[in-house]
Design a protein around this ligand. Structure first.
Ligand code: GLY
Ligand code: MN
Ligand code: MN
Length: 524
């Protein structure tokens, strides 16, 4: 990385062995990063760098989500009447010293603003009832607009400057892009305080930006208003339980890109087999598709070969990938609008399942198929899991693994079968991989399925290699099959159906992608 320094500084060329002078000792630690800067500060330089640039302002066309965000905001203010709603994008997060993690704005901010990718740290969307329109909303986006070529920000600010982070939006461009009023972030505090009182309170999305939360708290105290911020988090989560048409189109794109990522992984599986950390090779191959076709991965890719598949969130991915083993790959592409897929396939590394692997795989597949068969509008979300568990428990009973019958295990006071599948079968999916997480239980687990819901079906069985209760031939086998499902008017659509999931289809698909020289070693 090149040397970054964000502010003007004097030169310091002293070698590290020079005795500490009083002036150096007095320099505070926060500004020591400037000590590597040799940026010119002459008037001649300042004048020169401010001149000779094309001043044409590009046209900003409306963002793809701009057509759908007004209805989302209207629905939110109807749910929280008399509330000015503050939705921070969130700050950058430090990775180390003065470098940050890639920026990802907060999910609620994205949903109600229509912004995506890495826009726009520290900005804030404010939504409130529109007195001119009964049941309607109005919104203002407060952000730090682009500064001109004649400002030090242009060349000397590594956080916001155009020479460092690229061209950012002007207020006018932002208004064209989002279809709402836009103002400088410095105006936020006064705007939050305006007209608060009996008819209007102030609420902020909790847990996103501590500085904005503190500002909101101060403004509330000064204006003697109160609000329950958890009600806002709950409302935003529950509003996303049913996806609009735009969201469904984005989910389709995310799933399609994810399928391409899985195809790439299979094509390049021989490289993984030949590498001492083949799981990392798989992670890297998928990440390439995710980054090239979308914004990136929607969560840490799990590439888990052999016994690692039994560690449910195996993201270290530092193991070898051996012929004869299964490899569980749980990965999802997040597209530029920040919707993510969440798909798992468990593949035979050598291209063919062994009889023991196949036995476990087909039990899990049967559980998934049973869950698909019951899923339709009106069915309770919790019953998808219950259906999958009936199949899992029955197989475990057949294999003699349960201490009693499947029926006894399925009773609330039993649950022995869960030793081999401790996770749930389904979760909502969307902008967050575990979407709608602040929804109430009666709106999530205990709710009826409704058209437009998108969730996963992902049963599994995990027989750890140190599990003395399972026969040796099953130890070290972990299987999960995860698909992304859209509830339709009369059933469900498997959005990830194009990715093979039956044994014969997987073997044929792998053979076709890997060509005629594909190794076909069977596990012993
Ligand atoms: N990838 C996390 C999950 O499947 O829920
Ligand atoms: Mn999942
Ligand atoms: Mn997953």
């Amino acid at each position: 990385m090149s040397t970054h320094s964000s502010t003007e500084s004097t030169e310091n060329t002293a070698p590290t062995s020079t005795p500490v002078t009083t002036a150096q000792a007095a320099q505070d630690l926060a500004s020591r990063g400037e000590n590597r800067s040799q940026r010119p500060s002459s008037d001649a330089f300042r004048e020169f760098i401010a001149s000779g640039w094309d001043e044409t302002v590009p046209d900003a066309s409306p963002r793809p989500a701009t057509a759908v965000t007004p209805a989302r905001r209207d629905a939110l203010v109807r749910r929280l009447p008399g509330t000015r709603i503050v939705l921070p994008a969130g700050p950058l997060k430090v990775r180390s010293n003065d470098t940050d993690f890639p920026y990802r704005p907060d999910t609620s901010f994205v949903y109600y603003s229509g912004l995506g990718t890495d826009e726009e740290p520290d900005s804030v969307l404010v939504v409130e009832p529109d007195p001119q329109r009964d049941g309607g909303s109005k919104a203002v986006w407060f952000f730090r607009p682009r500064a001109g070529f004649d400002t030090p920000e242009f060349y000397a600010d590594s956080r916001y400057g155009e020479m460092w982070v690229g061209r950012r939006l002007t207020l006018t461009e932002a208004e064209q892009a989002l279809g709402i009023e836009c103002r400088h972030i410095d105006e936020l505090r006064d705007a939050l305080a305006k007209n608060l009182g009996d008819q209007l309170t102030l609420s902020v999305m909790p847990g996103v930006d501590a500085a904005v939360e503190e500002m909101v708290q101060q403004v509330r105290t000064e204006n003697h208003v109160q609000a329950d911020d958890s009600a806002l988090a709950e409302a935003a989560s529950e509003q996303r339980l049913v996806k609009d048409e735009y969201e469904i189109s984005q989910m389709r794109e995310a799933v399609d890109a994810t399928i391409r990522g899985f195809e790439d992984v299979v094509r390049r599986l021989p490289e993984a087999i030949g590498h001492r950390r083949g799981e990392r090779v798989i992670e890297g191959v998928f990440a390439r598709t995710a980054r090239a076709d979308g914004n990136g991965v929607g969560y840490g890719t799990i590439a888990a070969a052999g016994d690692h598949a039994c560690t449910l969130h195996w993201v270290r991915n530092d193991g070898a990938v051996r012929e004869g083993d299964l490899v569980l790959i749980d990965a999802g592409v997040e597209v530029d609008s920040l919707y993510t897929a969440d798909v798992t396939r468990t593949l035979p590394v050598g291209g063919r399942f062994s009889p023991a692997q196949r036995r476990v795989y087909e039990a899990v597949l049967e559980a998934a198929d049973a869950a698909f068969a019951v899923a339709r509008p009106g069915v309770l979300f919790r019953d998808i899991h219950a259906t999958a568990m009936q199949v899992i428990a029955r197989h475990l009973e057949e294999w003699g693994l349960l201490p009693g019958t499947a029926e006894e295990s399925l009773a609330p006071e039993g649950q022995h079968h869960r030793r081999w599948m401790v996770h749930g079968t389904s979760h909502h999916l969307g902008l967050d991989v575990h979407d709608c997480a602040q929804a109430r239980r009666e709106m999530y687990l205990d709710a009826e399925l409704r058209p437009g819901m998108v969730f996963t079906i992902e049963p599994g069985l995990y027989f750890k290699e140190n599990d003395l209760l399972v026969p040796e031939e099953l130890r070290g086998i972990g299987v999960r099959i995860e698909d992304d499902v859209l509830v339709t008017a009369d059933g469900v659509e498997n959005l990830s159906a194009a990715l093979p999931r039956r044994v014969e289809e997987i073997e044929a698909w792998m053979a076709a992608l890997r060509g005629p020289s594909t190794p076909t070693t069977l596990a012993p």
